[in-house]
Design a protein around this ligand. Structure first.
Ligand code: PMV
Length: 325
């Protein structure tokens, strides 16, 4: 039996994706920009099951059922339709970071699955088509297909909504220090959260201003201008959380330590240490910083009350296949 193996990194968004124009196709309300995280990786193996009557899914060696399996099976149905092959498969996905770290793993998971899955079904897709496909599993997964700093074009349809690299991993030696505050599962997952975005009166303003923020962020990355990047990354995170907090029902992802860390990171920057905060759909705080400052930022965050530990990562490469074993 042939087994196809792949590896993908999660990413941290500088300009966030929040809300869909089309929930089913995961066509986003706005474009987004992120950086892949080299130190964190998901390895996925996909094996065709000749006589099985259902797909099987193992995450970190534990067999999954219910919603997790259903979401993966719906994704695999796309591959079955594209290839004309009706076989069920076994998916084994392994993260090198504890799932209890509360770091979003669906981006890396669906990027890796898009790659190993298409190989298993004998579909050789271009990077663009892989990114479009990964988007169907989890929107942000499309940004984990290309290398380094990537931008997801909002697009007009399924055909042109995908991510491309805007700068390679070695363009700028940025790091992400992730302060883990809570390690339990999220109260409201992002799929449900995207649904609630239009209920906030602030979402239309957030979306209307997105192209401006994207342009500033893109320029800051290309010019390696940390001050410019820091201001736009923090603004964008705050705007997304303002939308979350004003949704019906409200989504409050921060905890008191999140706020403490945001203030500490801004204070570090005031003292000349290049660091900027950003938060996804959870309380953990990402401090984006330059290589020179990463040890100082990591040590400082780790010393604060309420921080369980700090993961550190440089910029990561593209999703890729691994040798068959
Ligand atoms: O890809 P999803 O559905 O898990 O959504 C990701 C949402 C955020 O992490 C909050 C923002 C982003 O752009 O990654």
């Amino acid at each position: 039996m042939t087994m196809k193996n792949s590896l993908a990194h999660p990413n941290i968004a500088f300009i966030k994706y929040w809300g869909n124009r089309d929930q089913n196709l995961r066509l986003p309300a706005n474009g987004s920009i992120s950086m892949n995280l080299a130190a964190l990786e998901t390895r996925t193996a996909v094996t065709m099951l000749d006589k099985a009557e259902a797909d099987r899914l193992f995450i970190n060696s534990e067999e999954q059922s219910g919603q997790a399996l259903a979401r993966v099976s719906v994704f695999l149905d796309i591959l079955r339709t594209l290839s004309g092959c009706k076989s069920f498969v076994e998916v084994r996905s392994q993260n090198n970071f504890p799932s209890s770290a509360g770091v979003a793993s669906s981006a890396a998971a669906f990027a890796a699955l898009a790659l190993a899955g298409t190989e298993a079904f004998n579909l050789q897709l271009s990077e663009k088509d892989l990114s479009r496909l990964a988007r169907r599993g989890s929107g942000s997964a499309c940004r984990s297909i290309p290398a380094g700093f990537t931008e997801w074009q909002v697009g007009t349809s399924d055909n042109d909504s995908y991510a491309q690299s805007i700068a390679s991993p070695d363009h700028w030696d940025l790091w992400d220090c992730i302060a883990i505050l809570e390690s339990g599962p999220k109260t409201t997952g992002s799929t449900e959260g995207h649904n609630l975005a239009p209920t906030s009166p602030l979402q239309s303003a957030r979306v209307a201003d997105a192209d401006r923020r994207l342009a500033i962020c893109r320029e800051a990355i290309l010019q390696k201008d940390f001050e410019k990047l820091a201001d736009i990354v923090e603004l964008d995170s705050n705007i997304m959380h303002a939308v979350m907090m004003t949704s019906q029902p409200p989504l409050m992802y921060w905890n008191p330590t999140s706020l403490l860390l945001m203030k500490e990171i801004t204070e570090l920057r005031r003292r000349g240490i290049a660091a900027a905060y950003t938060l996804d759909a959870g309380p953990n705080v990402h401090a984006i910083c330059t290589a020179k400052n990463k040890d100082i930022v990591q040590r400082h965050l780790a010393s604060l009350p309420g921080v369980q530990w700090v993961l550190v990562s440089p910029v990561g490469g593209a999703a890729h296949l691994l040798p068959e074993n």
